[in-house]
Design a protein around this ligand. Structure first.
Ligand code: SAH
Length: 248
């Protein structure tokens, strides 16, 4: 799949694309990332990409024309129509289900806003989806773009070291959308604390039951809405319900 990223700060992406477990996915183009700078599509000596807001007020607004020309170039390079995602606090908050959908598609063009935002006429004419990464405001859409790219890349087959290790992560439908259980590693004793004995027992059935119970208890405590969703989808077994009763 291919993601074209429209950003005034393409240099922010270099270390991100070259680091960590997802690096191979980007380098092999399993998840291809192509960077575009709207400034390269702006006219004039100063190559301006922003201007003062009509109606007054603080800050600057990204102008429509360089963004639109940049998007045309990205779409032409792709050779086919593609979804155009704008990162914005007013967008739909990104969740696991949407990440799964994007990670099974052909990719998209990602538009990173800066300043106070983007001329609304560009958004109305060219943007097909708006995504937020939470109820807070960043200075630009680059971190949200990296968040989506990273979440999508780690779901691609073979990207995480262990086959399918993302399946045990929080929100995964394979584990009924529950939160993750606690993890422990060596040493067995740290600052006087031991690890839960069941994890040292070698008894795989009991270990799985313990992990499931932990997931249920933690999800019940922190995100009861996810327990309700799993229950409504018929994903909780009688043993799960018993475990939930115990923890109450
Ligand atoms: N005036 C806007 C914020 C602009 S912040 C408002 O109040 O809604 C500048 C850019 O950062 C935005 O255009 C957007 O691309 C990005 N951004 C900021 N917060 C974000 C968030 N929570 N999710 C996604 N993108 C965000």
């Amino acid at each position: 799949m291919r993601f074209d990223v429209i950003t005034l700060f393409p240099e922010l992406f270099a270390p991100f694309l070259a680091s960590g477990v997802t690096r191979r996915a980007y380098e092999s183009k399993q998840v291809e990332v192509v960077l575009w700078n709207p400034r390269d599509f702006a006219d004039g000596n100063y190559r301006r990409v922003d201007d003062r807001p009509f109606g007054g007020g603080p800050g600057m607004v990204m102008t429509a024309e360089p963004l639109s020309a940049c998007l045309d170039a990205a779409l032409a390079a792709r050779g086919a129509a593609a979804p155009v995602i704008l990162f914005s606090p007013i967008g739909e908050t990104l969740r696991h289900e949407a990440v799964e959908r994007w990670s099974a598609g052909e990719g998209a063009v990602l538009v990173c806003g800066r300043y106070e935002g983007i001329d609304q006429r560009f958004i109305d004419a060219r943007v097909t989806h708006q995504l937020s990464i939470g109820d807070f405001v960043l200075s630009g859409g680059e971190i949200p773009a990296m968040a989506l790219l990273d979440a999508v890349a780690r779901l691609q087959p073979g990207v995480l070291g262990d086959a399918d290790s993302h399946v045990q992560d929080s929100f995964n439908p394979a584990l009924d959308g529950l939160l993750d259980c606690p993890h422990y590693t060596r040493p067995e004793q740290w600052m006087g604390e031991t690890v839960p004995p069941v994890l040292l027992s070698g008894h795989h059935v009991q270990i799985e039951r313990w992990r499931r119970d932990q997931r249920l208890a933690i999800t019940q405590q922190k995100r009861p809405d996810l327990i309700e969703a799993a229950r409504a989808a018929g994903r909780l077994s009688p043993a799960d319900e018993k475990a939930l009763q115990k923890k109450l």
